[in-house]
Design a protein around this ligand. Structure first.
Ligand SMILES: [Zn+2]
Ligand SMILES: [Zn+2]
Length: 286
């Protein structure tokens, strides 16, 4: 049965501080077999150059470290559904540059968060978002798969429900667009994945909407707030409202366990990343 355990591909979000290739060393040090990065400072619009040497070191480590896949996540500010021309232009410029970095570094997956249709209708935001993703496929020269992440719902986000995500996928109808399933966001958006029945209902909903094959990766985060709260507050695994039962049901699902699982849990004194990874591994049925 050891084989099944080894099959699980688990990692964390890690920093690219000082040099982008150091992400590999940080990931290796804490026992990740996959990891996620931002490709720029996530809190601003500015880009700091990534040198040729950094790129070369990154690619070398990508072939040598046996850590795969590397996933990149879009920075926080872009809104790919924005109906404000100025914000939209800035958003698309950042989106393009970030995806171009994926191409240069050989990163196969790029996670985008939900767009917001603030100032307009759902339909207008939906059309903008679809158009942005289509452009993104070209920015990535078809080498990068764009992963639409489900949101915590509420406000004017487009991806709180898997019915909406399915509509986005169907509209684009391209194998270069898949889904990043975030457990905290799904729970906050109203999918009660904290029990055995809840998880089986959730999986049934996935099968009737986007289908399991569309999920490329899982973001494993517990939630500080309750089901349907629409808040995006990540918690250490098992210490939040999804809890131990929810995560053990999810991680032992025969399809979900084959996906790369990436943690975006808090950085604080209660748990380290290593402890969260070990916690998740401890839930896997032997
Ligand atoms: Zn996430
Ligand atoms: Zn989140």
């Amino acid at each position: 049965m050891k084989e099944l355990v080894d099959e699980m591909n688990i990692g964390c979000h890690v920093s690219i501080a000082k040099s982008v290739d150091l992400a590999f060393d940080r990931a290796k040090k804490i026992g990740c077999s996959t990891f996620q990065v931002f490709l720029k400072n996530p809190r601003g619009w500015a880009f700091k150059e990534i040198s040729k040497e950094e790129t070369e070191r990154f690619k070398k480590k990508y072939s040598n470290y046996n850590i795969s896949p590397v996933v990149a996540h879009i920075s926080y500010l872009p809104n790919l559904a924005s109906l404000d021309d100025e914000i939209y232009t800035k958003s698309m410029d950042s989106f393009r540059q970030e995806i171009e970095r994926c191409v240069i570094l050989g990163i196969p997956y790029f996670v985008i968060h939900s767009g917001s249709y603030k100032g307009g209708t759902f339909q207008e935001g939906f059309e903008k978002y679809v158009e942005s993703i289509q452009k993104g496929i070209d920015f990535g020269k078809r080498k990068v798969t764009i992963l639409v992440e489900n949101s915590a719902g509420g406000g004017r986000t487009l991806t709180g429900s898997f019915v909406n995500i399915n509509a986005i996928l169907k509209e684009i109808n391209d194998s270069k667009v898949k889904v990043c399933f975030d457990t905290c966001h799904a729970f906050s958006a109203g999918y009660d994945i904290s029990s055995q029945l809840g998880v089986s209902n959730f999986i049934a909903e996935i099968e009737t909407t986007i289908e399991m094959e569309s999920i490329a990766i899982v973001h494993a985060n517990d939630s500080k707030t309750g089901v349907g709260s629409n808040r995006d507050l990540h918690e250490h695994l098992g210490l939040g409202k999804i809890g131990k039962i929810g995560f053990s049901e999810l991680i032992n699902d025969s399809d979900l366990r084959k996906k790369p699982w990436i943690l975006e849990t808090p950085i604080d004194e209660r748990r380290t990343d290593v402890e969260n990874i070990n916690y998740l591994r401890s839930l896997i049925n032997k």
